[in-house]
Design a protein around this ligand. Sequence first.
Ligand code: ZN
Length: 183
Amino acid sequence: MNHDFIIMLKAAKFAAEKHRKQLRKGAESTPYINHPLEVARMLAEDGKVEDASIIAAALLHDTIEDTETTEEELLHHFGQEITSMVLEVTDDKSLEKNERKRLQIEHASHKSPGAALIKLADKISNVRDVGGSPPSHWDIQRRVDYLDWASAVVGALPLKDHILLTMFNEAVTQSRNQIEQAK
Ligand code: ZN
């Protein structure tokens, strides 16, 4: 148990340092670290995830994609299991954006159980932001397109009857309503 707390807290500190100069894209410009913290909280509290490796990987899930963090660094600090999960939810930024989005749908069905749950909680967090606190330069169509794409990714994940799937569907419905009201 003690080891579980330590690995999760180490991951939270590592992610906070890596994302320290970043803000979320929404109008409120909250610290970026709030996003991985919320994804991890959602998995632990709403998703009833009790595996500390999944929670640690959730805290780290955007470090390779959105900061200068390397795979070697994660391996050194957190080992193979956690690093593998982070890599599973990391886009290849050398690819063009539409290709990355297409690949997320294509690769979703091959995700390990832990990576699938992190991907799902990540999409819930982003869908809620697109509804309630979207990036200021996004127009209505871009927000609607995001919800459609996120639904396609989540629909392809190898998960069935999970409480977080229900929460995702509720988040999409709520965001569609918020976008409708913004028209
Ligand atoms: Zn994320």
